[in-house]
Design a protein around this ligand. Structure first.
Ligand code: NAD
Length: 497
């Protein structure tokens, strides 16, 4: 059985720990690989390697750093299928979906290839007589990235290409449930010409995370995961004096107005709710049907839900794979049961789904609940599984009230044919990423990704220009080069122009 080692200073190392995590194939429910769970000593080795590499990496010209990103991008293209296969086998998502995440992550590398332009400073000539002023940005030093299971390649790629292109060294602590892809990414960076020590991987759980949060050699932490852990990471790393961005969980609403094309809305809601078995931070989990839209919409979603092909992610024709663990499957089934008990109508029940030949896989079928209310746990909790909950409200105002009362604010979408409704919606919802007739409005790499409220702790969203700002610090220089001594002595009063 393969055991994933850490990757420190350009080599695979077993480290000092004697604990291992089990890496399942969720489609068959068996352990296929093991991963080492790093210790504080392993974290110190990775951070020390990163610190040693960081200085000379920061001195490397910005064009040389950009060229390495171009080379890394080509390798990601060449190894797309291999990365997708590892993702699918450890996470469970379909191969097409896994390829999609590799491509969306690669777009951040493509953005990072433009780092010379992104790091261009600003110059002001003659701000006073003989005085010029200019600003530029410098790397922070060592950045740690801590990532969730649901996007084993894309979410780390939100972080390290930009951090590294900005001149930082990086230590990644990937999810211990899906460690394989990070192993391959580390080797691709090396082949792209990245100096050893600039990109390191320490596998592990809370022990490794805490060691990173406390380590004085780590200057900044990018975290993506659930809200309780995001809050914790933000607090602990912040208390240790680090810059932190911590992206948390979500409850994403799709509001459907009676004037929407209901077939179009149902198609897209089904894709956004059940794609990746609902395990996306931007998945639609709550459908808010306004007024007369409700009955027709629920019927259209129901019809489509019944035809989704569920099976192992690597098989042809499969549209939805299993969820990541047996524990996740029981938690999701429990939430559906609780929803039914508290008065929701279970329109489609995926709990008893059995996939022939994969009886021990962690499968749960697409599930649709109607007449859900904001007080029910199945609405309040992040289910993170293939469950759509329909809430019925009378007006657009009521729909916006439901969204704004929710503690999360990651993504939301409105389905309508009215420009006026769309404009009202986008201006009034307290959510960071909004789709108009687009159910999963994940911003492109050249914009920034981030939610509001309990979906993000910290000031900066990830990637795009906010990512560049997060991974760098600004300096402003004011210069004067006098050729002759000035006739009058410098006044003691505060200088004005
Ligand atoms: P998680 O919070 O359990 O784990 C995330 C990371 O934190 C992992 O690397 C894990 O090892 C570590 N971790 C877990 N428990 C810890 C603890 N007690 N102390 C320190 N570190 C700990 O999240 P997950 O289950 O891997 O991923 C799913 C969650 O991530 C969902 O809530 C989803 O919404 C969220 N997510 C959010 C975004 C976003 O952009 N906002 C994107 C993807 C996923």
């Amino acid at each position: 059985m393969t055991t994933y080692d850490h990757w420190i200073d350009g080599v695979a190392v077993p480290g000092t720990g004697d604990r291992f995590g089990e890496v399942f194939d969720p489609a068959v429910g068996v352990v296929r690989r093991r991963v080492r769970l790093g210790t504080a000593v392993d974290v110190d080795a990775a951070v020390s390697a990163a610190r040693r590499a960081a200085d000379s990496w920061a001195q490397t010209s910005v064009t040389a750093r950009s060229r390495i990103m171009f080379a890394f991008r080509e390798l990601l293209v060449r190894h797309e299928d291999e990365l997708a296969a590892v993702i699918s086998s450890e996470h469970g998502k379909t191969l097409d979906d896994a390829r999609g995440e590799v491509v969306r992550g690669r777009e951040v590398v493509e953005f990072a290839c433009g780092i010379p332009q992104l790091l261009k400073g600003a110059f002001s000539d003659q701000v006073s007589r003989g005085v010029d002023s200019y600003s530029f940005r410098q790397p922070l030093g060592v950045v740690a990235g801590i990532t969730p299971f649901n996007f084993p390649v894309m979410v780390p790629l939100w972080m390290h290409p930009l951090a590294i292109a900005c001149g930082n060294a990086f230590v990644l602590k990937p999810s211990e449930r899906v460690p394989g892809a990070s192993d391959l990414v580390a080797r691709l960076y090396q082949r792209a010409g990245l100096p050893d020590g600039v990109f390191n991987v320490v596998h592990g759980d809370k022990v490794a995370v805490d060691a990173l949060l406390d380590h004085p050699g780590v200057d900044a932490v990018s975290f993506v995961g659930s809200t309780p852990i995001a809050r914790y990471v933000h607090g602990r790393a912040g208390a240790a004096g680090k810059r932190v961005q911590a992206l948390g969980g979500a409850k994403n609403h799709a509001v459907v107005l009676p004037d929407a094309d209901l077939d179009f809305a149902a198609d897209h809601i089904v894709a956004a709710g059940y794609g990746s078995a609902g395990q996306r931070c931007m998945a639609i989990s709550a459908v808010v049907a306004v007024g007369s839209a409700a009955d027709d919409l629920v019927e259209r979603i129901r019809e489509r839900t019944l035809h989704i092909a569920v099976g192992p992610g690597g098989a042809d024709g499969v549209e939805m794979g299993p969820v990541v663990t047996a524990a996740a499957r029981s938690r999701i089934a429990g939430a559906v049961a609780q929803g039914g008990k508290s008065g929701a109508t279970v329109v489609v029940d995926g709990r008893d789904l059995v996939v022939a030949g994969h009886e021990d896989g962690f499968f749960i079928g697409p599930t649709l609940l109607d007449h859900v209310t904001p007080s029910m746990d199945v609405y309040r909790d992040e289910i993170f599984g293939p469950v759509l909950a329909v809430l019925r409200v009378p007006t657009l105002d009521a729909a916006i009230d439901v969204i704004n009362a929710n503690p999360y604010g990651n993504g939301t979408a409105v389905f309508t044919s009215s420009g006026h409704v769309a404009r009202e919606f986008q201006r009034r919802v307290e959510v960071g990423m909004i789709g108009v007739n687009v159910p999963v409005p994940v911003p492109m790499a050249f914009h920034s990704f981030g939610g509001w409220k309990q979906s993000l702790f910290g000031d900066h969203h990830v990637h795009g220009t906010e990512g560049v700002a997060f991974y760098t610090r600004a300096k402003v220089v004011t210069t004067r080069w006098p050729r002759v001594r000035e006739a009058t002595p410098a006044p003691l009063a505060f200088p004005t122009v």
